[in-house]
Design a binder for this molecule. Structure first.
Ligand SMILES: Cc1cc2nc3c(=O)[nH]c(=O)nc-3n(C[C@H](O)[C@H](O)[C@H](O)COP(=O)(O)O)c2cc1C
Length: 301
């Protein structure tokens, strides 16, 4: 009997629901699925306050680990595949997931095993996956496929709905806005990725897995969002240094600077976002081939 281990962290349960959809066809095919949910020793609050949300920015961007509750499942199970399910925090894997990747036992779960990564996020995940790809390789795991399912509303619409969701705990549609997060029909349709996984596992052929997943639409990279991610990642490094610069000598300075950053980021998203869409549209006229090659490189394993 084949065995799959799913390691993940989900705060509100959206990613858990997505992973449940994806692994359902595996179970139907007689594959055993074990779950290892990650639990930070100090849980993150939900709904968030402005300060608690933006205060985890420096650690998210710096991949600084936090303590996790003891991992509740031994790594020794004879697993044929490990699924790493993660969300994105400030363009990086969430802190609980990066904490797992730096856990002293992480290599025991991943080394010499095929790994599939699954992201459930708003819409900006590409550079986080590049970090994930390097981390899995450093832990001697073998990345064989990737699936991302996102909120497919326009960027600024999903910014507004996610702010209401994260800060008020409300996901339902309001005014002219749709429900926050991944649409119910996209959740439902994610079972197709599980069917591909089940087929490839049964055949013992994981070599062609990512190509087969991609044929089902597992990776869709939007060039304008990728450009926005690159610009924001560059600025995020600078803001992380700014927030932490005096924190040792003057701990109150951190919170003051986090508040400044919260305003800068909110304004920046509404200004930088549309400008980047426009410049990418212009750029793609002159650099179409280069952009396409980059998108292809980021989609392949
Ligand atoms: C602190 C924080 C930062 C986030 N930053 C991003 C981001 O940069 N890109 C993105 O696509 N989603 C971002 N999100 C949304 C999450 O990736 C995720 O979709 C949402 O938190 C729900 O996931 P969960 O309830 O399954 O944990 C962020 C969420 C939080 C809490």
């Amino acid at each position: 009997m084949k065995r799959v281990l799913v390691i993940h962290y989900s705060q509100t349960g959206q990613l858990t629901a997505l992973l449940d959809r994806i692994v359902a066809p595996l179970r139907e095919a007689g594959i055993a699925v074990d779950h290892l949910p990650l639990r930070p020793a100090t849980p993150y609050p939900f709904p968030w306050t402005r300060v608690s949300f933006f205060n985890c920015f420096p650690e998210a961007v710096g991949h600084d680990p936090v303590p996790l509750e003891p991992l509740a499942l031994a790594p020794e199970g004879p697993y044929d595949l490990v699924v790493l399910g993660y969300t994105i925090w400030f363009l990086n894997p969430s802190i609980p997931m990066t904490s797992f990747l730096k856990h002293p036992d992480a290599a025991r779960y991943l080394a010499d095993r095929p790994v599939v990564t699954v992201v459930g996020a708003r819409n900006m995940w590409v550079l986080a996956q590049e970090h994930m790809r390097r981390s899995v390789a450093a832990l001697r795991g073998r990345l064989v496929g990737h699936v991302t399912v996102v909120d497919r509303s326009p960027n600024l619409v999903s910014v507004i709905t996610i702010i209401r969701w994260m800060f008020r705990g409300r996901r339902d549609p309001f005014l002219i806005f749709p429900a926050a997060g991944i649409r119910a029909e996209d959740m439902e349709a994610s079972a197709r990725f599980g069917r591909v996984l089940a087929r490839h596992l049964a055949a013992g052929d994981l070599g062609g897995l990512n190509a087969a997943l991609r044929r089902e639409g597992s990776i869709r990279i939007v060039p304008s969002l990728l450009m926005l991610e690159k610009r924001a990642t560059f600025l995020f490094g600078k803001y992380r240094r700014y927030i932490l610069a005096k924190a040792d000598r003057d701990p109150a300075s951190r919170l003051r600077r986090v508040k400044v950053f919260s305003v800068v980021l909110t304004v920046g998203v509404f200004i930088l976002g549309p400008i980047t869409s426009l410049t990418t549209a212009l750029l793609s006229l002159v650099k179409r081939r280069q952009l396409r090659a980059e998108v292809e490189r980021l989609s392949t394993y």
